[in-house]
Design a protein around this ligand. Sequence first.
Ligand code: 6R9
Length: 659
Amino acid sequence: MADTLANLLSETRQFPPPDELAANANVKAEAYDRATEDRLGFWAEQAKRLHWNQEWSEVLDWSNPPFAKWFIGGQLNVAYNCVDRHVEAGRGSKVAIYWEGEPAGDTREITYADLQQLVNQAANALTDLGVSAGDRVAIYLPMIPEAVVAMLACARLGATHSVVFGGFSVEALSGRIDDANAKVVITADGGYRRGKPSALKPTVDEAAERCPSVEKVLVVRRTGEDVAWTEGRDVWWHETVERADTAHTAQPFDAENPLFILYTSGTTAKPKGILHTSGGYLTQASWTYNAVFDLKPDTDVYWCTADIGWVTGHSYIVYGPLSNGATQVIYEGTPDTPHRGRFWEIVDKYKVTLLYTAPTAIRTFMKWGDDIPAKFDLSSLRLIGSVGEPINPEAWIWYRKNIGGDRTPVVDTWWQTETGAIMISPLPGVTSAKPGSAMTPLPGISADVVDDEAKSVPAGGGGFLVIREPWPSMLRTIWGDDQRFIDTYWSRFGAGAGNGDEWIYFAGDGAKRDDDGHLWLLGRVDDVMLVSGHNISTTEVESALVSHPKVAEAAVVGATDPTTTQAVVAFVILRGGVDDGDELAQELRNHVAKTIGPIAKPRQIMVVPELPKTRSGKIMRRLLRDVAENRSLGDVTTLQDSSVMDLISDGMKTGKAED
Ligand code: 6R9
């Protein structure tokens, strides 16, 4: 990418916070000034929202960059902070989790007192299985309460959990177990997906055979289907955890004690084990949850639709909400089971007030049609959030209007597995949000958009998104590979690149700063297209396509082109009820030219039924590039549904999509 990124799309709509929300907001505008004046003091103040057994002596140790330590000498127990302290404060009978299984009527209600007992039992059972502080435990479970319990039980013992998406292959699972040298794997016989039981245990059995570190496999009975059993290694959850003592005393651990490893899929062969520790991580996960979702613990019902195997599930299902004593919904299944209104039925049923989901889901709902959410009462919602990808302005507007009743703020939250918690987002009681913009860094976060030489780009400019100062929930390293940590995140700019003494974090996203100084995320810089000497972000062309009334979703890639270096190739999914007529491709090409300029006009447009996505819903553009350049497909192990690629390649071969 050259020093700037073309700034093509302009957006003038803006939505101020509702008066009542602004008046009662947990975090007000003054927080920005306070954090700017004294960043470390600001974070120390947020850390005090937690219970510490031993206070820290120093907020940040940045003497050995890029290896940070936060809250030096401080001691706490993460699980105690998420569970016990609420019970001790008299809130034991408050519901922590309304769990909704995929099969109709399969529900559980778990109070904070219940959760405390469950976590204590699991901690006792894990201790019996030989787990102690510092050990790694792999968790490969469906979206059932035991997943939350297992994570908290590890945290309680000072052990490190590594959650792997239920649904990843033997290859992916064994690679992750092996890399972390996990001693115990916690799994289930299976889970429910699209109305059918889907087995998990056979994958674990095969993976465990390849992983000599695995001593025990703890199995939750969820579907009741038959499973193979290895005596001496396998134990049932209901025969151990559910029979264990419900009392357990939590020990305090050092603020820098490892809390979890989470593998990012990445594009290269070997996944990166992102390491997060305890005190700083919990401080930022907890404070951002309170600030960005404006949680009122006595009245709010929160629902995050992410899977627990994604960082969003870690920070905004487990650690953020529970450390704040929230009441939340957890749903096991898919949005279309047994019907396409399932999400809205759940919002209506539990009177959800705060909803957090992903652009990929929002665009799917757009595709399914406005009439589906319209059938349900969504008036309980007071704030809705988005995470995972840039949200196209039109999808943002659709979300606000059809889900938020044209009333609720929308918070578009930018962050990464590596950042641990939200970094750039509106504050719902302060910010007048623009559709498609994550707006400004949160108080205490120093994000910037820079050119090739790490100089801030002026208003109206585009470039690389970087973070200039360490933050509490930052990754501490890549598990077992400090050098790769330095090479991957710290060697593009600043001291790590041999320029000056400022350590600058760069994790691969492009962004632009608009005339008001607000930030717009433009996707991964690896995806930026070079067309006739212009750097064009895939996000902007996709947003232009989605702004056409017939398009629900679009994925754009740059394919090698003999005359323009790269040419824009677009894959589009149409909105419900729209016909794929002969004129459509030309109409869409013209629409892009009109919205953002002729330079971005796609060479080719393909109408497709689905797009290749990772399990967290991110479009795998790499595979689309393979298709667009007629190559055989690269690594597909993290693909959600491999049959979509056949559909797309077939369409490409028939040439149907060419205009
Ligand atoms: C939380 C999560 C991180 C990457 C990140 C960026 C993209 C996430 C975004 C967003 C634009 C947002 N991303 N949120 N892009 N706007 N609000 O998604 O973590 O799975 O590690 O992905 O996702 O490209 O770099 P992770």
